[in-house]
Design a binder for this molecule. Structure first.
Ligand code: RP5
Length: 170
């Protein structure tokens, strides 16, 4: 029987309402051929499950954890407190009236010894979380490393094309 490959990346979010932002993270991972484990886990509403997930993540084959939450966003930090795996935090603007600054500060301001690699608020951050996870995995995966190089080249080419078409109009 063919054994299924275990997901190397977990994408956690505090609520299903975060999915509209985290969709871009999941799609970016899929563009690199990575199918993540996706879970709705809340540091506040399902704290026991959050703890158990963090405790078992490494033995379950997870290499990088991406954790997104809004408001008092303690998901990434509480996961990072219970694992030595790299944790990437995505602050979500959950319409609490402060444009996601609540989530940004509660994700990024970790005490020394328990880092959370925090990306920007919202969709740009969600996409970057995926790319950062790929960069971590690519350190020990040559095929992924080649895909990353190709991604960077294509990104540059898009900008060069736009610049060239602007200059043609001069
Ligand atoms: C956070 O509270 C979630 O991550 C979400 O961003 C925010 C609001 O959650 P819901 O009330 O939409 O479930 O824990």
């Amino acid at each position: 029987m063919a054994s299924e490959k275990k997901p190397a990346v977990a994408v956690l979010m505090g609520s299903d309402s975060d999915m509209k932002v985290m969709k871009s993270c999941i799609e970016q991972l899929q563009d690199f051929g990575i199918e993540p484990t996706v879970r709705i886990i809340s540091a506040h509403r399902t704290p026991k499950i959050a703890g158990e997930f963090a405790d078992k993540a490494a033995e379950n084959g997870i290499k990088v954890i991406i954790a997104a939450a809004g408001m008092a966003a303690h998901l990434a930090g509480s996961i990072a407190a219970r694992t030595t795996l790299p944790v990437i935090g995505v602050p979500i603007d959950s319409d609490s009236g402060v444009d996601g600054m609540d989530a940004l500060l509660s994700t990024v301001q970790m005490p020394p010894g328990v880092p959370v690699a925090t990306v920007a608020i919202g969709k740009a951050g969600a996409k970057n979380a995926a790319i950062l996870a790929v960069q971590i995995l690519a350190l020990s995966d040559e095929a992924l490393s080649k895909k990353l190089a190709q991604f960077k080249t294509e990104q540059s080419e898009k900008v060069l094309k736009k610049d060239a078409s602007l200059r043609e109009q001069d």
